[in-house]
Ligand binder design. Structure first.
Ligand code: SF4
Ligand code: SF4
Length: 93
């Protein structure tokens, strides 16, 4: 039940893993429990550039995933709260 924009497509949060430092602000602020912070998947880690890999390791390979993205109501709180500007809301569907 994602919030639709005027064209009817739902907005969902997308995390830039090159920027995310796993600081959990998004987990704390989202009213709908969209996010979880956990160890980055090996496939996602492999896609990072060298500097982003080093940064990821420095932060314990923690990153944010969106297991409940369908619950997003596009309030924007996570976008504002993320200290790394790693979250964008994008149209899906
Ligand atoms: S997306 Fe932003 S707020 Fe969420 S864990 Fe990553 S850096 Fe923190
Ligand atoms: S936009 Fe709002 S509802 Fe959607 S993931 Fe971010 S904080 Fe949660």
């Amino acid at each position: 039940m994602s919030a639709p924009d005027c064209s009817g497509k739902p907005l969902r949060p997308v995390v830039n893993r090159s920027k995310c430092e796993g600081k959990r602000d998004c987990v704390e602020v989202c009213p709908y429990d969209v996010f979880e912070v956990r160890r980055i998947d090996d496939a996602d880690f492999a896609k990072l550039g060298l500097l982003a890999k080093l940064k990821s390791v420095a932060h314990g390979r923690k990153t944010a995933y969106t297991p409940k993205a369908d619950a997003c109501l596009a309030c924007g709180l996570c976008v504002t709260a993320c200290p790394e500007k790693a979250i964008t809301l994008v149209f899906s569907g």
